[in-house]
Design a protein around this ligand. Structure first.
Ligand code: FNR
Length: 381
């Protein structure tokens, strides 16, 4: 294949280079995957206003998310098991994001640990927190994130219970990978991936080592999640976290106006309109279709961000036009990572930046910070 030009090209390449069980882990949603599909498809219904004969020199994508300067309003979303898409995946993606000038968010369920990522970066990254029943462990994670200099804590609110993803169950997903004949075959046909994995020592869940034992395969991980993750998590726990963290706080997984009001009431710095990339409640609406209502409800009280279904710079521009101050990409950077390692993450970011820049210019705007609803010709939401 010639050099990938689009996120879809990176996805096709990742499919060839990453063992099926891990590619499918990234490329899957819950149950029938209807929300996963809607996240992507619903961007297409939004039409942009074409403007002509407007001076389009000196364009800028620079913006701010929670008061931090960003090269464009796109952060890397927290994704679990990223180090299984490519050896040392979280460290490579964090470096790519840092060099590009956008935030990297490390998942609680990452392969590389908070300390691993801190050891290869020079600027602060963000840490995503899953809240578990063992509050002493949560406090220790918060302390580790503080010590590593993380500049924002992203609290995920939409995974008190794990959504069921059929592909993962059928594939027998595990980290480190299992060695059944099926899995050995999947790995043997991906020699580059195997070489990387043979060279690194990082194969398990870096942040929960020592706390969680015996959570390598998916059934034990689901059982561990059910046992550890706190199904009673409530808004008062956010106050508990805020008290301990004290820094910038983002609440991830808001898809409802009432929840958005509750998130704003906590005094958090931002909320992320998100359905976890269609991986939790299948049948929930797409993120982009809920964005305008949530901006309308709380946009004057809390910064509103969005993730889910962004596959191009055009999608980012549409989200910004509808009121998102920032966006996140999950799968697009995972495909880049699986396809070409760090270079692939850089390419994913560059592809999105270029598409956003061209789209912005053709809409008659030169500065992303001035993009608003006036660039929208038609929006069904
Ligand atoms: C995720 N997501 C996620 N979210 C989170 O808060 N903690 C996590 O550990 C994970 N893990 C994870 C793994 C994988 C493989 C994916 C694809 C997603 C959800 C993620 O942060 C984000 O909400 C979605 O990925 C956004 O949708 P797109 O960009 O992938 O369409």
């Amino acid at each position: 294949m010639s050099k990938p030009l689009t996120i879809a090209d990176l996805k096709a390449l990742a499919r060839r280079r990453v063992p099926k069980m891990f590619f499918d882990y990234a490329d899957s949603g819950a149950w029938t995957e209807s929300t996963y599909r809607a996240n992507e498809a619903d961007f297409a219904g939004i039409k942009l206003r074409q403007r002509v004969l407007v001076d389009m020199t000196d364009r800028s994508l620079k913006s701010e998310m929670i008061g931090q300067k960003v090269a464009m309003p796109v952060a890397l979303a927290p994704t679990g098991l990223t180090g299984m898409q490519h050896a040392d995946g979280e460290m490579l993606a964090a470096k790519a994001a840092e060099e590009f000038g956008v935030p990297f968010t490390l998942s609680t369920m990452s392969i590389c640990s908070i300390e691993d990522v801190a050891s290869v970066t020079t600027k602060p990254f963000w840490f995503q927190l899953y809240v578990m029943k063992d509050r002493a462990f949560i406090e220790s994670l918060i302390e580790r994130a503080k010590k590593a200099g993380c500049s924002a804590l992203v609290v995920t609110a939409d995974l008190q219970i794990l959504g069921q993803r059929h592909k993962d169950l059928r594939n027998g997903l595990s980290a480190p990978p299992k060695f059944t004949p099926k899995h050995i075959w999947q790995m043997a046909t991906r020699p580059q991936w195997c070489l990387g994995m043979a060279r690194t020592k990082r194969h398990g869940f870096g942040n929960i080592v020592g706390h969680a034992t015996n959570v390598s395969d998916l059934s034990s991980l689901s059982a561990w999640t059910a046992e550890q993750f706190d199904p009673r998590l409530s808004w008062s726990d956010v106050a508990w976290i805020k008290e301990r963290w004290k820094g910038k706080l983002i609440i991830k997984g808001i898809l409802d106006e009432e929840d958005a009001r509750a998130a704003a009431d906590t005094g958090a710095d931002a909320l992320i309109v998100s359905n976890h990339g269609g991986r939790q409640l299948d049948g929930a609406p797409s993120s982009i279709s809920m964005l305008p209502k949530i901006v309308e409800a709380v946009g004057d009280r809390i910064e509103v961000h969005l993730d889910g279904g962004i596959r191009s710079g055009q999608d980012v521009l549409k989200a910004v036009a509808l009121g998102a101050k920032g966006t996140y990409i999950g799968r697009p950077f995972l495909y880049g990572l699986g396809a070409m390692g760090k270079e692939g993450v850089e390419l994913a970011l560059n592809i999105i930046a270029k598409e956003m820049d061209i789209t912005m210019a053709l809409c008659g705007k030169r500065d992303i910070r001035t993009v608003d609803r006036s660039v929208i010709a038609h929006c069904p939401y």
